[in-house]
Design a protein around this ligand. Structure first.
Ligand SMILES: O=C(O)c1ccccc1N[C@@H]1O[C@H](COP(=O)(O)O)[C@@H](O)[C@H]1O
Length: 207
């Protein structure tokens, strides 16, 4: 039996994009609270968007090596259901909040993915993203999907350079629990495009 692949659309900065994504079938929306990112959204703006969402949508806050107090400050403003740690946060740091969390691993050559996944065994899921020497994520680059771990025991989320054109093949090869897309459905950084999101969902459903 095959299961429906869940979809997270990340880098939401506008209410209309959030509502379109949900209407098109996205299961989760991502809000980037990493100030250097061009997709950064202020916690107050994220809270405004979240307040207008229908039920049953997972609101995800993305952080990169943030001070724990910064995460708590964001949580006090924006009701987030899930935390995504996309930097070099330790397992102990990630487990220090009440919310469930996922850990992003960037697929640097030589990374022992299986060992890393064991380190983060208390995560709700592990997100695998492309590695880039300067950027922490949102690179628009893919990694070699043949390095996808076979048996992890955790829900695995595929990210990195996914587009309407490649998502069906990516799912076919990796059979992830979920896919996460940002740049592949954008007109400009943080500005999602209805037609691209629609085509992306069609690619997921075709896989
Ligand atoms: O989107 C960003 O700007 C970003 C910044 C820092 C860390 C992660 C970021 N985004 C995440 O990166 C992956 C892949 O994005 P893309 O589809 O290749 O553009 C995804 O998980 C985003 O949530």
């Amino acid at each position: 039996m095959s299961y429906r692949t869940r979809v997270k659309i990340c880098g939401i900065t506008r209410l209309e994009d959030a509502l379109d994504a949900v209407r098109l079938g996205a299961d989760a929306l991502g809000f980037v609270f990493y100030p250097p990112s061009p997709r950064y959204v202020a916690p107050e703006k994220a809270a405004e968007i979240i307040a207008r969402l229908p039920p049953f949508v997972t609101t995800t806050g993305l952080f990169v090596d943030a001070d724990a107090q910064q995460v708590r400050d964001v949580l006090a403003t924006a009701p987030l259901g899930l935390l995504q740690f996309h930097g070099d946060e330790s397992p102990e740091y990630c487990a220090g909040f009440r919310q469930p969390w996922i850990k992003a691993l960037r697929m640097q050559p030589g990374l022992d993915v299986a060992a890393k996944i064991r380190d983060y065994r208390d995560a709700a899921g592990i997100l695998l993203d492309a590695w880039h020497p300067q950027l922490k994520g949102g690179t628009g680059e893919t990694f070699d999907w043949r390095h996808w771990p076979k048996h992890s025991g955790l829900s695995l989320i595929l990210a990195g350079g996914l587009t309407p054109e490649n998502v069906a093949e990516a799912i076919h090869l990796t059979q992830p629990y979920a896919v996460d897309v940002s740049g592949g459905v954008e007109l400009g950084k943080g500005l999602k495009d209805f037609t691209l999101m629609q085509a992306f969902m069609a690619g997921v459903n075709a896989a």
